[in-house]
Design a protein around this ligand. Sequence first.
Ligand SMILES: Nc1nc2c(ncn2[C@@H]2O[C@H](COP(=O)(O)OP(=O)(O)O)[C@@H](O)[C@H]2O)c(=O)[nH]1
Ligand SMILES: [Mg+2]
Length: 199
Amino acid sequence: MEIINPQFTISATKKSQYPNNNLPEIVLIGKSNIGKSSFINCITNRNKLAKTSSTPGKTRLINFYNIDEKFFLVDLPGYGYNEMSKSQESISAEYTNEYLQESKNIALILFLVDIRHSPTKLDIQMFNWLLHNHKDFIIIANKADKIAKTKANEYIQNIINELKIVELGLQNTINILPFSTVNKVGKQEVLDIIEELIK
Ligand SMILES: Nc1nc2c(ncn2[C@@H]2O[C@H](COP(=O)(O)OP(=O)(O)O)[C@@H](O)[C@H]2O)c(=O)[nH]1
Ligand SMILES: [Mg+2]
């Protein structure tokens, strides 16, 4: 799949603002600074389609990007942002909850974690919420450029252990993909997964 014309559509907070053309939605979720905006730029081959880092104002909203009139990439507010006040954080969490519960067009959730570290408390909460609510998701283990290629399996195994994926009996259902927005590891796989989903 080649992306030709990715366009920012809207920053939404509530349901009435979501686009209503019923395109499938591929949703990015993960802690602040994990690389959700960079991921959008990477996948669409644009440098500045999504604003990366240091603009928490923008990332407190739900940003919709229309990709060639075929699907939306949806950038959700990140969680665990230290500089954000508790009240801001809970408002963002409300937007996120409403979106995840109300949107009828979610085709797949891309759950971003850091390949180098054990998932945080909030990552584990999000993981359990996704399971509990029967959402289709894959885990994107981002920042893979920061580790030696030969160690990727070890790091992935650590994430599997920390999320208790084997104990939960999910080793054959949950897909964890090493990714890097810097060296583009995993990009083709993600594009293939999306293409298959929306066809
Ligand atoms: N080394 C490395 N840095 C990354 C990667 N993805 C994002 N970053 C950096 O992480 C920071 C936060 O990225 P951003 O996309 O704004 O995160 P967001 O808050 O989840 O949208 C920026 O400085 C990015 O350059 C990656 O794959 N590798
Ligand atoms: Mg962002």
